[in-house]
Ligand binder design. Structure first.
Ligand SMILES: [Ca+2]
Ligand SMILES: [Ca+2]
Ligand SMILES: [Ca+2]
Length: 214
């Protein structure tokens, strides 16, 4: 077989493998809890309607008791467990949240003096070893995040990978979906299929090059 033919076949197989990776999914491939949605500029009274949503992309539940949320002014402790591939919502006020969404957050109240500034603020999530786990900022809360803003709507994570930039986020243009979202996991079959084709790509290239040496 001519080397050009081998290269063509391997290229086609590689492209087919790549095409098998689904692109329509907003998946989180990380192994750490991430902040996925925030309502900081609420449609009504901010002091009773703000909330923060977390997502656990791993295959195991994660106990976030004594993890800490810090804004520009104060901190509060989280209490609870995030199921595998599940969400956790911390609301500033039980009734205010219920009146907006018709159900309760996983954790309500106890925010101390944490209040999410409408013209800029930042949230850092720390685990119980005080290690920073995730971070988000908006408007004037951090100059590098100033492009992210919303009014009466949530900001939400859109990017499949966590690059720790405002580019991972957008204005949802709605009051959001606390406790749910589109962060689904890439189906295993297409990934396996893609992997098989990438492996085939490697084998055929190797065989092709060996053949050429003879
Ligand atoms: Ca606010
Ligand atoms: Ca604040
Ligand atoms: Ca959500």
């Amino acid at each position: 077989m001519k080397i050009s033919k081998i290269l063509t076949i391997t290229l086609l197989l590689g492209l087919f493998g790549y095409a098998c990776i689904p692109s329509g999914y907003s998946s989180i491939a990380g192994d750490q809890v991430i902040i996925t949605e925030v309502l900081y500029d609420t449609p009504g009274t901010d002091s009773i309607e703000e909330w923060i949503e977390l997502f656990n992309p791993t295959s195991s539940e994660i106990n976030i008791t004594d993890w800490i949320i810090e804004d520009n002014y104060d901190t509060f402790n989280l209490t609870g467990v995030i199921p595998a591939k599940g969400y956790f919502v911390a609301a500033i006020d039980e009734t205010g949240f219920f009146n907006l969404y018709g159900y309760y957050a996983n954790q309500s109240g106890g925010w101390n003096s944490v209040a999410l500034g409408n013209s800029g603020d930042r949230i850092t999530l720390y685990d119980n070893d005080s290690v920073e786990v995730d971070y988000v900022a908006w408007e004037g809360g951090d100059v590098e995040w100033s492009s992210l803003s919303a009014s009466w709507t949530t900001i939400r994570r859109t990017n499949a990978t966590d690059t720790d930039t405002a580019g991972d986020w957008e204005d949802s243009l709605t009051t959001g979906d606390p406790g749910t979202g589109s962060y689904i996991i890439i189906p295993e079959l297409p990934i396996s299929l893609a992997s098989i084709f990438f492996i085939l790509f490697g084998i055929i290239t190797f065989v092709g090059l060996s053949y050429r040496k003879k």
